[in-house]
Design a protein around this ligand. Sequence first.
Ligand SMILES: NC(=O)c1ccc[n+]([C@@H]2O[C@H](COP(=O)([O-])OP(=O)(O)OC[C@H]3O[C@@H](n4cnc5c(N)ncnc54)[C@H](O)[C@@H]3O)[C@@H](O)[C@H]2O)c1
Length: 334
Amino acid sequence: MSGGAVLITGAAGFIGSHLAEALLRQGRDVVGLDNFDAFYARNIKQRNLDAIQEATASIAGAGAFTLVEGDIRRPGDMMQLFASVEPVSVIHLAARAGVRPSIAQPGLYAEVNVTGTVNLLEAARKTKSVDRFVMASSSSVYGNRSQVPFCEADPVSEPISPYAATKRACELIGHTYHHLYGLPVACLRFFTVFGPRQRPDLAIARFIELMERNESIPMFGDGSTSRDYTYIDDIIAGVIAAHDRIVGHGYRIWNLGGRHPVTLHEMIQAIGSAVGKAPRIEQLAMQPGDVERTCADTQRSAKELGFAPQVPFAEGVARQVAVARADREAASAI
Ligand SMILES: NC(=O)c1ccc[n+]([C@@H]2O[C@H](COP(=O)([O-])OP(=O)(O)OC[C@H]3O[C@@H](n4cnc5c(N)ncnc54)[C@H](O)[C@@H]3O)[C@@H](O)[C@H]2O)c1
């Protein structure tokens, strides 16, 4: 296939499709792997892939993109894929995401997130061309810490959802592969990512949709929980910097967070302003597995990756609303 390419797992997803687009714009070849997992609709993922194509088709010198449909749970398929693609590096984003559904299906989350990651690390260390491995972790590994901001050196042995536990397990197994085989491994703790193409299960995407339809917003808790939202372009800049710099570090965990936590109540009001409607809120009980707050200490990623988030929350929400509206109008015109 295409020797010299970066292999992105989960390339049809929210973050993966933006990452593929960014690398292609820089002239790097990309092989994307995805199994179009049923967590959300295939046609949304197909739209993400179409967007990559549209954004890069007219750019002179853009890299080449190939999408391979495959499942990271199949070790034999992964070995075959690595042997035929001979990627230079792996950026592993494929996962079952979502805290709440992981409580209902812990076995599935362990299989996809942990076994799938082990399969990829095995294939990577056996494939000579691969010189680095970057993986998506999550702010959820910090559990319900009350001390903020969350720092990479903080203890993370008390995850409160199966999803968070699988992400921490991946960080640990990543260290093992670095130790045993010298493979440079970067683990990136993403703090709630938002922006165009956001996963439809995530609150901002859902709330935009509900407000556009004049429906009420389910607010879990009293609105005081907070999240350190991170705009997708800022995340992508951090992922690429980590990819390009991990070799000098060996094994490293980096927080990638927006640095300005927003309460749930503020988030709902910001969406209301962007949509141009006063939100109708329906208050419900807090959900098990949800943490009270997230807040990233980004000193390490700022120093070592030059990570410096640029997009303020309200601006990012306005962009997400604008793209969601354009998509809805395009869909209704068909
Ligand atoms: N979006 C966030 O706020 C956020 C926060 C923290 C961590 N993360 C992590 O970042 C990564 C990307 O998240 P996202 O929001 O883009 O999710 P996403 O669901 O949009 O993308 C994940 C992609 O992985 C694919 N996939 C799932 N199971 C697979 C399998 N068995 N084999 C091959 N492909 C498979 C899915 O089809 C999907 O396209 C995930 O690892 C997630 O846990 C995301």
